[in-house]
Design a binder for this molecule. Sequence first.
Ligand SMILES: *[C@@H]1O[C@H](CO)[C@@H](O)[C@H](O)[C@H]1NC(C)=O
Ligand SMILES: *[C@@H]1O[C@H](CO)[C@@H](O)[C@H](O)[C@H]1NC(C)=O
Ligand SMILES: *[C@@H]1O[C@H](CO)[C@@H](O)[C@H](O)[C@H]1NC(C)=O
Ligand SMILES: *[C@@H]1O[C@H](CO)[C@@H](O)[C@H](O)[C@H]1NC(C)=O
Ligand SMILES: *[C@@H]1O[C@H](CO)[C@@H](O)[C@H](O)[C@H]1NC(C)=O
Ligand SMILES: *[C@@H]1O[C@H](CO)[C@@H](O)[C@H](O)[C@H]1NC(C)=O
Ligand SMILES: *[C@@H]1O[C@H](CO)[C@@H](O)[C@H](O)[C@H]1NC(C)=O
Ligand SMILES: *[C@@H]1O[C@H](CO)[C@@H](O)[C@H](O)[C@H]1NC(C)=O
Ligand SMILES: *[C@@H]1O[C@H](CO)[C@@H](O)[C@H](O)[C@H]1NC(C)=O
Ligand SMILES: *[C@@H]1O[C@H](CO)[C@@H](O)[C@H](O)[C@H]1NC(C)=O
Ligand SMILES: *[C@@H]1O[C@H](CO)[C@@H](O)[C@H](O)[C@H]1NC(C)=O
Ligand SMILES: *[C@@H]1O[C@H](CO)[C@@H](O)[C@H](O)[C@H]1NC(C)=O
Length: 392
Amino acid sequence: MAAALAVVASLVAPSFAASAQVFSPPSTSPYVESANYTGFSNGSLPVQHVTPGLLFDRFIQIWFENTDFAVANSTAEFRSLADRGVLMTRYYALTHPSQPNYVAALGGSFWGMADDAYYNIPANVSTMVDLLEQANISWASYQEHMPTDGYNEATYTSNNYIDPSAADYTYYWRKHNPTIIYDSVSNISSRAALHRNFNDFAVDVNASAIPQWVFVTPNIVNDAHDTTIDFAADFLNYWLEPLLADPRFNDNRTLILITFDENENYGINNQIFSVLLGGALPEELRGTVDTTYYTHYSSMSSIQANWGLGSLGRNDTNEMMANVWSFIADAVGYNNTFVADADIPLTNITGTIPGPLNSNSSFVTPWPAPNTSAVGAGGGPVFVSDDSEECE
Ligand SMILES: *[C@@H]1O[C@H](CO)[C@@H](O)[C@H](O)[C@H]1NC(C)=O
Ligand SMILES: *[C@@H]1O[C@H](CO)[C@@H](O)[C@H](O)[C@H]1NC(C)=O
Ligand SMILES: *[C@@H]1O[C@H](CO)[C@@H](O)[C@H](O)[C@H]1NC(C)=O
Ligand SMILES: *[C@@H]1O[C@H](CO)[C@@H](O)[C@H](O)[C@H]1NC(C)=O
Ligand SMILES: *[C@@H]1O[C@H](CO)[C@@H](O)[C@H](O)[C@H]1NC(C)=O
Ligand SMILES: *[C@@H]1O[C@H](CO)[C@@H](O)[C@H](O)[C@H]1NC(C)=O
Ligand SMILES: *[C@@H]1O[C@H](CO)[C@@H](O)[C@H](O)[C@H]1NC(C)=O
Ligand SMILES: *[C@@H]1O[C@H](CO)[C@@H](O)[C@H](O)[C@H]1NC(C)=O
Ligand SMILES: *[C@@H]1O[C@H](CO)[C@@H](O)[C@H](O)[C@H]1NC(C)=O
Ligand SMILES: *[C@@H]1O[C@H](CO)[C@@H](O)[C@H](O)[C@H]1NC(C)=O
Ligand SMILES: *[C@@H]1O[C@H](CO)[C@@H](O)[C@H](O)[C@H]1NC(C)=O
Ligand SMILES: *[C@@H]1O[C@H](CO)[C@@H](O)[C@H](O)[C@H]1NC(C)=O
């Protein structure tokens, strides 16, 4: 039922919403709670223990939607971020459509998934959350327009704050919230509660309580999905720019990734615009370009390298697809794999990649166990789920 609704709405929403909407801020500032976000915060996270990383102590990734590299790279705000960061010019999403890319960046596989339907990934499947918690690294997912903390429904529809005379609008989509899709996260109440909305964000940043590993999903208009890259640029000006100047968000031990789930044009390979920013980025790298071949798996291997973590024994240890962001690889002595243009795999494919969540029975395979002999960029052991712990 939920899946069917999600699929229908995703087919309908963009067709009439595409260019008509004009950015309007959902609150007066990123620091202020807003009735446009359904649930008001019930208090900040505690200020937590900090586990130091080699090059940074906090990692914040912010995901935008469905944009070709060239389109983002020709938009002033994104160019401006590139001028202050490292622009990675050979960074690729993994497949189409959206959801499998989010799921992959958290669990090291997209499990053959080829749609945006409602999935529960079994509780014995580990994720980055297991590796982080094992190392006492705090984390949270901030989901704009999610109504209540830990909300696990497919969508949430609320007042159209941009045009109050229009019908209510579905701003929140679970398919863009990767941690909640894994039962190993959502079935544990303390983990579910770390899915927080932007009212919580306002409270957490004021309390200097932003955790060490953070996933941010703007709502479905601010992330460019139902709108345009210019709309997303206006959102960045409203939300990110003030935070970049605030040490409670971006201090000299913070690394920020701005990325896109996938490109827009399925007819070309899946290259996306990704930039690293933040106070932890060495001064001499700002405004530079990195031409290493990266994918969404690189956001797992790079984090594993920074904190010397273990791995999941999946594509987070794939030597070609999980190259570590160069400035980290150089610092830890990890040898990235050079991939020539002609050898970059086509990842604009959808539907025909085998896995347990492929909806076509011709492509369904069993849930694979982790490769326990793999060694990732952090050098630590492969995490193997303890079922009794994960079913609490
Ligand atoms: C909700 O968003 C609208 C549109 O930007 C804005 O005019 C209004 O002030 C917002 N409400 C609150 C409480 O911030
Ligand atoms: C882990 O983090 C908790 C809470 O933030 C802190 O109280 C504790 O001392 C840390 N434990 C270790 C072993 O560092
Ligand atoms: C991105 O845009 C800049 C500025 O226009 C341009 O110099 C650069 O070549 C572009 N990068 C790529 C990889 O196309
Ligand atoms: C805070 O608690 C109230 C009362 O239970 C609830 O209505 C609200 O949605 C909660 N806020 C969030 C962000 O979960
Ligand atoms: C955060 O602090 C600012 C500045 O003091 C204040 O205006 C704002 O209301 C605070 N936000 C919250 C959610 O307490
Ligand atoms: C980083 O910030 C801390 C705290 O504000 C400060 O003590 C330290 O000197 C800064 N380090 C550098 C390299 O700027
Ligand atoms: C994927 O991209 C390649 C290279 O641009 C193109 O030749 C191919 O047709 C695309 N595949 C699909 C399924 O559109
Ligand atoms: C991921 O890993 C699996 C198994 O190791 C492999 O079959 C698959 O092709 C990899 N690639 C992608 C893009 O996920
Ligand atoms: C990296 O490559 C260099 C040169 O090929 C080699 O000497 C070194 O052992 C490699 N390091 C690792 C960690 O594999
Ligand atoms: C499932 O895959 C097979 C083999 O490629 C194909 O012939 C069939 O049309 C697919 N079925 C659906 C419903 O897409
Ligand atoms: C995890 O559970 C699924 C069923 O939900 C099972 O098929 C699979 O073999 C299990 N995997 C491991 C590694 O235990
Ligand atoms: C986790 O939650 C899902 C969905 O609510 C449920 O189907 C599943 O049985 C739960 N798994 C465990 C191991 O508790």
